[in-house]
Write a protein that binds this ligand. Structure first.
Ligand SMILES: Nc1ncnc2c1ncn2[C@@H]1O[C@H](COP(=O)(O)OP(=O)(O)OP(=O)(O)O)[C@@H](O)[C@H]1O
Length: 523
């Protein structure tokens, strides 16, 4: 019990220390730092230890309850034993009293009845008086004999009663002995149980105590580390506090500074806006002048190069052209003038002067470079049409469409168009639409429409601009070259139509170009 008390005191001390430790990390002056995390871990560990202590406490209280119950049961049994002993003492007292009474009664009876002596005398009755005395004596004798028999009977009964009392006493004694042995056994069992419970309790307390000690040691070590860290952190904290105070002062004066800065910034911004506005005005003026210049240049270009420019491209000789010098000399060029082409027509030389002549060595890029300026004109709002014309196998498809690896004018023009639009996207909004129409034998058809066989009409724009338009012509809004290619891929245009008479046209906000029927590729 003394040991238990000591362990309890030790436990209480541990708990008090745990409480102290729990209170200590809350005063951490540097939240969010590494030591705070360590403190938080320690706090967690402490709460775990507290949980364990609470569990052990629960176990201890359970054991105490059990011991209490056993003690109560023992007290009850002792009480019952005491009652039995008192009962037994009373019964013994009563029996001994009765025995004493019986002895006294017997003694008094013995004292009352002197031994009767029978004296037989032969008396001669001589007189009636004597006879009467004799009969009285006989009656008295008779009465005394009856009394003796009765007393004997009583004595016998008393003896029987005494015997039964003895037997009862023996039985009671045996019962008491049995009770006593049972009580002793219960007491022994109780003591054993109490001892084992005491041992269990002691063991649990010792284990909990040992665990708590180990944990406490670790906590102490950690706490020592934290304290050391706190000590080292204190100078840093002081510096931080100073900084914080400085910052607080700055923050207090910040609204004033901010207002001042805002005022000056507003003034600067106002000035900058004014400058930008004047710059914008200047730029707008320059732009308009530039636009005029560009138009003028275009007009000049058109004037110089002609509104309609004809360019010849001679493809390399193929098997179909035949072999030998005749095939090789069918077309010749002027090395000094790239606008002259010489042909042999029925054996006679014929010369043509065009805007430009490309030899078979000219690449797709060379050809495109020649018409590239027209794409810029198109973006600037001029209507432009490029188409290829020539006999079968002359190279129209090759020049206009080309291959995937080596694209022709169409794809290059579209790529240039979109890249130019992309460049100007910050200042301009462009809307590019694609439509395709075919004029064949004076009949106009929508190649991208749902009903390609439906006949359409060409009309003059009602705005008086002199532009032509085709009411009901299907248009697709596109954002990239891929979109245009997808439009072509999606539509069910007969390949013959697509290869013979496809026309693509675009302009910001305009659609619809036309050309005459024939073997042509146009854009
Ligand atoms: N400049 C060139 N360089 C190399 N090959 C060329 C050139 N021009 C045309 N060809 C080749 O000549 C052949 C005929 O060209 P293409 O199909 O473009 O003729 P086309 O005028 O479109 O014919 P058609 O009117 O019959 O469709 C093709 O195999 C093509 O690759």
């Amino acid at each position: 019990m003394v040991e238990n008390e000591r362990l309890r005191q030790e436990m209480r001390r541990c708990e008090a220390e745990l409480q102290d430790l729990r209170a200590t990390p809350a005063a951490s002056p540097c939240p969010g730092c590494e030591h705070s995390q360590e403190s938080a871990q320690l706090r967690d560990r402490l709460s775990q230890l507290q949980l364990e202590v609470a569990e052990n406490k629960g176990m201890l209280s359970e054991l105490n309850l059990e011991v209490q119950q056993k003690t109560d049961r023992l007290a009850e049994v002792e009480l019952r034993l005491k009652d039995c002993l008192a009962e037994k003492a009373q019964e013994e007292e009563r029996l001994s009293r009765r025995l004493r009474d019986s002895h006294e009664t017997i003694a008094s009876l013995r004292a009352q009845c002197p031994p009767v002596k029978y004296v037989i005398k032969t008396i001669e009755v001589e007189s009636p008086k004597t006879k009467q005395a004799l009969s009285e004596s006989q009656a008295r004798n008779q009465h005394l004999q009856e009394q003796v028999a009765m007393q004997r009977q009583v004595l016998k009964e008393m003896e029987q009663q005494l015997q039964s009392s003895h037997q009862l006493t023996m039985q009671l004694r045996a019962q008491i002995a049995m009770y006593e042995s049972e009580l002793e056994r219960a007491h022994g069992q109780m003591l054993e149980e109490m001892q084992s419970l005491e041992e269990d309790k002691n063991r649990a307390i010792e284990e909990a105590f040992a665990r708590a000690q180990v944990e406490m040691k670790a906590v102490h070590e950690n706490l020592a580390g934290v304290r050391t860290n706190l000590l080292t952190l204190q100078p840093a904290l002081r510096t931080l506090t100073n900084d914080y105070n400085g910052l607080k002062r700055q923050v207090r004066s910040f609204p004033l500074l901010l207002q001042e800065a805002l005022r000056s910034v507003k003034a600067e911004i106002g000035q900058a806006i004014e400058e930008v506005n004047s710059n914008n005005q200047e730029l707008l003026r320059k732009y308009r002048r530039e636009l005029q210049l560009r138009k003028k240049c275009h007009n000049e270009l058109v004037r110089l190069k002609g509104n309609i420019r004809v360019i010849a491209r001679v493809r390399p000789i193929t098997k179909e052209d035949g072999e030998g010098p005749e095939a090789a000399n069918a077309v010749t060029f002027d090395p000094d003038d790239d606008s002259i082409i010489h042909l042999l027509h029925k054996g006679k030389p014929v010369s043509f002067e065009l805007d430009k002549v490309f030899s078979p060595r000219a690449s797709q890029q060379d050809v495109f470079q020649e018409v590239q300026a027209l794409i810029t004109s198109c973006i600037d709002g001029f209507n432009v049409c490029i188409f290829a014309y020539g006999q079968t196998g002359a190279g129209k498809t090759y020049t206009m469409e080309g291959s995937h690896e080596n694209p022709g004018i169409n794809q290059r023009a579209l790529q240039l168009l979109f890249s130019e639009v992309q460049e100007k996207a910050s200042d301009w909004e462009y809307s590019i639409t694609v439509s395709a129409a075919e004029i064949y034998n004076e009949v106009l058809r929508d190649l991208l429409g749902k009903e390609p066989q439906e006949k359409l009409e060409i009309r003059l724009c009602p705005d008086g601009s002199g532009q032509l338009y085709v009411p009901g012509l299907t248009e697709f809004q596109v954002q990239s070259v891929d979109d245009i290619n997808k439009v072509w891929a999606r539509r069910s245009i007969p390949s013959s139509l697509r290869s013979e008479c496809a026309r693509w046209s675009w302009a910001p906000g305009h659609a619809g170009q036309s050309s005459g029927p024939g073997r042509a590729r146009s854009i």
